[in-house]
Design a protein around this ligand. Structure first.
Ligand code: IVH
Length: 700
């Protein structure tokens, strides 16, 4: 019974997942999907004997750290010959036709991500390996499983028992923008383009991080010993039937003119695609002819990549300004004579750092080339020297902070200059306070950028610890505030002393310590004191902490000013310790909850509260549940079921009171221990790929 239900849910979820992520045509609501997913999660948790690495529940990933195994490819992952010129492309076609006569070509987009090879055995995904050096790559199976458009089990029929399919892991622009916005807010280095972001994400050690980053995967090439096809087109059509995401934007072309037209179309049309592309790949369609054409040492002779030229514009560099970030990092920014580029007007471009500027010998007044590759911020790639004004002089990089005039410094291994005046440089101080009060950090409401500037300029705050000395009487007279807002701000500041340790650690704004790293540090060290006392060697033992992060942490805590601030924050009562699993209290320890309906705070916050106080969240009402916290508009079915099972139903107020008082509610005994919801990652057995020599001639 249970087993059938689990199988049915897996089938349904796979189907709807495919409708949503591959076909872009969902049939059910997110809510219905989530409900099925929760049911499956619960059943799998209750019945670990039915665990399956290809279950849709595996897509949420795990916090376990992966060490990537190096795996030899069964068939080498070759690269493609590249060209930017139509003449060279025509030569390629002429050469093919000289050897095998007129033939058909499949034209596809060249996706700008990172290459992946997926192995399917008996219709199930068993391995995902990066390109690596083409002969061997990293086993990133656990991470790839979290990508919703990658089928974990195949649909339809006719797939070979064992085959590989290759494609590109992509980060759509929307995911990329979201990720970088988050990183910027955390003071983490930004990814330069979606390609780097996709590759970097795939090498993430915790698959749960990968699961949240919105990667996509498009497949474009099959490999196997006995593929039952005679052409590429046919193989991809079948692959699509088996559930793979295969691009719609492909065409069979019969001659150079048709290929040229395909390229011309996509050179323009690619701008409206939601993911990055950097060219067109032209492949001989017929597998028999491919075998006849063969390979060079590096690439097949039956395919070539035509690369689009990056979009460029020429404009005048009016001036250079300098931004000071919250960490003191200086970024030179080009102010340009506005110019139209790839559909938007560009006024500013990044100049990265002093070295980059010197390398290009960029000078104000120059005519410069601006490019917009996959990059978020346009960049300057060159100078038109022929148009340089006669009186031009080399640009002298600033030596002092543009705001506080402190001499700038360089750190070893870093290209940027820094203003070291952490405690006296306005944009750094304001930036740090704004970071500290963010929702994901101390979550202090009522204080926006303008108010923080106001507080600083009126001498009321100089550092994050000053916030805790503020009094409503000091705030009320300030412009735009008044008594009510002043009191709200003070209340919000006071409430922030309850924010759990990991968010306090994140809020300190230590370089490179983003939200996730802070969580790992808090989990590992449990208290700020332990983090402060940790050596470099001890720091890198925490998940996701490398040497660079370790050094930044050491540097932060060596600073006397930082230590003083921490001392004051400690006195103000901030959480500097994680109790058992970062617990705020043990009031709910050993009890299981289902939260349903609407509350004055979000359901996520309600669940977090439960966890912070030692309780456990379950997704569905069952015999294992102790309390149902019922909000507005909760479905009557749930209530009925809970009543039938004798589960205590709490209103939001009752629940909050229970948190505060820790009062023992009168209910049945705590439920027996249930295995944690996420099944452990299964290790994939050794495969033939580890030992066998790659066989170049057997790509098809
Ligand atoms: S076919 C043996 N098709 O471009 C040839 N590659 O420069 C296998 N790429 O490593 C590759 N889109 O990562 C092929 N439609 C496409 C592609 C594509 C992007 C990438 C791939 C490959 C690189 C070669």
């Amino acid at each position: 019974m249970i087993r059938e239900r689990i199988e049915e849910l897996r089938r349904q979820l796979d189907y709807h997942n495919h409708r949503y992520y591959v076909e872009n045509a969902p049939e059910i609501s997110d809510f219905e999907f989530d409900a099925m997913m929760h049911e499956l999660q619960r059943l799998e948790a209750e019945h670990p004997e039915y665990a399956d690495p290809t279950s849709p529940t595996m897509r949420v990933g795990s916090d376990l750290c992966a060490e990537f195994r190096t795996v030899r490819h069964r068939y080498p992952m070759l690269s493609l010959g590249n060209t930017y010129s139509t003449d060279e492309l025509h030569e390629f076609i002429e050469r093919i036709e000289r050897e095998v006569g007129p033939t058909d070509y499949v034209c596809e987009l060249k996706f700008d991500g990172t290459a992946i090879s997926l192995t399917y055995e008996h219709g199930r995904l068993t391995q995902a390996v990066t390109r690596g050096d083409g002969v061997a790559g990293d086993d990133v199976t656990a991470n790839v499983r979290t990508i919703r458009s990658v089928p974990l089990r195949l649909r339809g029929e006719g797939w070979p028992e064992l085959f590989e399919i290759r494609g590109e892991i992509l980060m759509p622009y929307a995911s990329f923008d979201r990720l970088n916005a988050e990183r910027e807010a955390n003071g983490e280095p930004l990814f330069a383009n979606p390609r780097n972001a996709a590759a970097g994400t795939l090498k993430q050690q915790a698959s749960s991080v990968v699961a949240r980053r919105g990667l996509d995967c498009t497949l474009y090439q099959l490999a196997g010993d006995q593929l039952p096809f005679t052409s590429h087109w046919e193989s991809l059509r079948k692959a699509r039937e088996w559930g793979f995401k295969v691009s719609e934007h492909m065409r069979i072309c019969h001659n150079a003119a048709e290929i040229d037209a395909f390229i011309a179309h996509w050179d323009e049309a690619r701008r409206s695609l939601p993911f990055p592309t950097d060219g067109v790949v032209i492949k001989v369609n017929d597998f028999a002819l491919r075998r006849q054409l063969g390979f060079t040492a590096k690439a097949p002779k039956w395919a070539v990549a035509y690369k689009f030229k990056a979009e460029q514009a020429l404009t005048r560099l009016e001036s250079v300004s300098f931004q000071v970030g919250r960490t003191g990092a200086i970024t030179p920014v080009a102010n340009l004579d506005p110019v139209l580029l790839a559909g938007t007007t560009v006024r500013r471009a990044t100049l990265h750092n002093a070295e980059q500027m010197a390398l290009l010998d960029i000078r104000p007044g120059d005519m410069v080339y601006v490019e917009k590759g996959g990059e978020i911020i346009p960049k300057i790639t060159g100078v038109e020297l022929a148009k340089r004004p006669a009186d031009s002089r080399p640009f002298e990089y600033i030596t002092h902070c543009p705001v506080c005039h402190t001499p700038l410094v360089r750190y070893e291994g870093e290209a940027k200059h820094y203003c070291p005046n952490q405690s006296g440089c306005r944009p750094q101080i304001i930036g740090r306070i704004l970071h500290f009060i963010r929702r994901k950090a101390l979550d202090i409401e009522g204080l926006g950028e303008e108010t923080v500037e106001l507080l600083y300029d009126n001498g009321l705050v100089h550092d994050i610890a000053d916030l805790y000395d503020l009094k409503a009487e000091q705030l009320a007279p300030l412009p735009r505030l008044g008594e009510k807002s002043a009191e709200n701000i003070i209340r919000s500041i006071r409430r922030s002393t309850e924010v759990p340790f990991r968010r306090v650690l994140f809020g300190l704004g230590i370089r490179f310590v983003g939200e996730t790293t802070a969580k790992y540090l808090a989990d590992h060290f449990r208290s700020l004191e332990a983090v402060m006392q940790a050596s470099r060697e001890e720091l890198v033992e925490a998940d996701e902490v490398g040497e660079k992060i370790a050094d930044a942490i050491l540097e932060y805590f060596t600073d006397a000013e930082n230590r003083r601030i921490i001392e004051r924050l400690h006195r103000a009562g901030l959480q500097f310790e994680a109790s058992a699993r970062e617990l705020a209290s043990e009031a709910l320890a050993g009890r299981s909850f289902v939260v349903s309906g609407r509350f004055s705070r979000s359901r996520e916050e309600m669940k977090e509260l439960i966890e912070q106080h030692g309780g456990r969240n379950l997704s569905a009402v069952s015999g294992n549940v102790d309390f149902l916290v019922a909000g507005e508009k909760m479905g009557p079915e749930k209530r009925k079921k809970a009543e039938k099972l004798g589960i205590r139903i709490l209103s939001e107020e009752e629940f909050l009171r229970m948190l505060e008082t820790g009062a023992e509610p009168q209910v049945k005994a705590p439920a027996a221990e249930v295995p944690s919801a996420a099944p452990a990652q299964q290790t994939i057995g050794e495969s033939a790929a580890d030992t066998s020599e790659p066989r170049q001639g057997e790509l098809f």
